[in-house]
Design a protein around this ligand. Structure first.
Ligand code: AMP
Ligand code: MN
Ligand code: MN
Length: 324
């Protein structure tokens, strides 16, 4: 089965099972971890047993999330669970090998996501590419099916959606998104507090990283493409963590006249991680990402490809330049 499921089918599957594993993509962002904690919060409120796993564990920038201490690295042995809920993850392999091994005993897979490139790899699939974040799909499911919305779920959905919409700024933000946020404030969400924890709480090394990235900044394609790069050397020198670069690409995306921003990062295993943002609806960076085995959304997509940087970078830049 790989077609779309209804909210009712998903809710029935949640009600009719007892033990669950929450998973999300490698290098998790606010929508990935936030959606795990939000969905798990609903299930715990329903009296279920819930495990929370991510291949890369909990990033330090998300330690403030309510319930985040429950996020574990994949255990060595498969977990005794009936159902996996894969959240915010475009493809099954992007959950990570160890996470997939931990999920081996599951008899049912539920796939909840908003990536247009998602092939519907679950037994039940709730994929809405019009949703700005997986968190908003969860909110719609909860409201439609009258599921519990405990404070932990409320706060995590808010952060999931806030981080995936660039603080409710991107064009993907809808009237329903603002209504959802308003409903959450009505229900006691502390806006100032949670936004300060999300956005005004960076380690100093992140600013040092920004300084280093700015030194590599280049424009090409008649200044319509801005790109910068991070090497392994700089990562070691500044003792960076993977999450330290989260969101920095928005800085060059914001340059006047720039239509595509690209961040090239050399991973410790020598692979190249490419992060792309488009500001032009006619430039679909997901299509470009898919040419290299990556994926994502029209306006924000990513790739993991073989190195070295000197091979990967010109290939991706050429593919982008062909589109602008
Ligand atoms: P990022 O640039 O890492 O913030 O990713 C932008 C969007 O593309 C996010 O929604 C990611 O989940 C998605 N994405 C990033 N890398 C990949 C990949 N290798 N395969 C599929 N989707 C990806
Ligand atoms: Mn994500
Ligand atoms: Mn997302």
């Amino acid at each position: 089965m790989s077609q779309q499921s209804t909210f009712a089918e998903i809710a029935d599957a949640l009600k009719n099972h007892q033990s669950f594993l929450m998973l999300s993509h490698v290098r998790p962002d606010g929508d990935a971890i936030g959606s795990e904690l939000a969905m798990g919060g609903v299930l715990e409120e329903m009296g279920k047993t819930v495990y929370y796993v991510n291949e890369d564990g909990l990033p330090t920038n998300l330690e403030f999330l309510a319930g985040s201490e429950k996020i574990q690295l994949p255990p060595a042995e498969p977990l005794d669970i009936e159902v996996v809920v894969a959240l915010d993850c475009a493809t099954k392999p992007r959950l990570g090998e160890k996470s997939l091994a931990a999920a081996a005993k599951a008899k049912l897979w539920i796939n909840i996501d908003h990536h247009i490139s998602n092939p519907a790899y679950g037994d039940l699939n709730l994929i809405d590419a019009t949703s700005p974040a997986t968190g908003q799909i969860l909110y719609n499911l909860i409201k439609d099916q009258d599921l519990p919305l405990p404070a932990v779920t409320r706060d995590n959905i808010y952060v999931a959606v806030s981080t995936d919409t660039g603080s409710f700024q991107y064009g993907s933000t809808t009237a329903a998104t603002y209504r959802m946020a308003a409903d959450m404030v009505d229900q006691g969400l502390k806006v100032g507090e949670i936004n300060a924890l999300t956005y005004d709480n960076h380690p100093y090394r992140r600013v040092e990283l920004l300084r280093s990235l700015l030194n590599t900044l280049e424009l090409c394609a008649q200044n319509k493409v801005a790109h910068w790069e991070l090497t392994r050397e700089v990562k070691e020198q500044l003792e960076l963590l993977p999450e330290d670069s989260e969101g920095l690409i928005d800085m060059i995306r914001a340059i006047q006249g720039v239509e595509v921003a690209i961040f090239f990062e050399e991973l410790m295993d020598g692979q190249i991680r490419v992060s792309m943002r488009s500001k032009n609806k006619n430039i679909d960076v997901c299509q470009v990402a898919q040419q290299f085995g990556g994926g994502g959304h029209k306006m924000a997509a990513g790739i993991r490809m073989p190195g070295p940087m000197s091979d990967a970078k010109p290939q991706v830049l050429a593919a982008i330049e062909a589109k602008v």
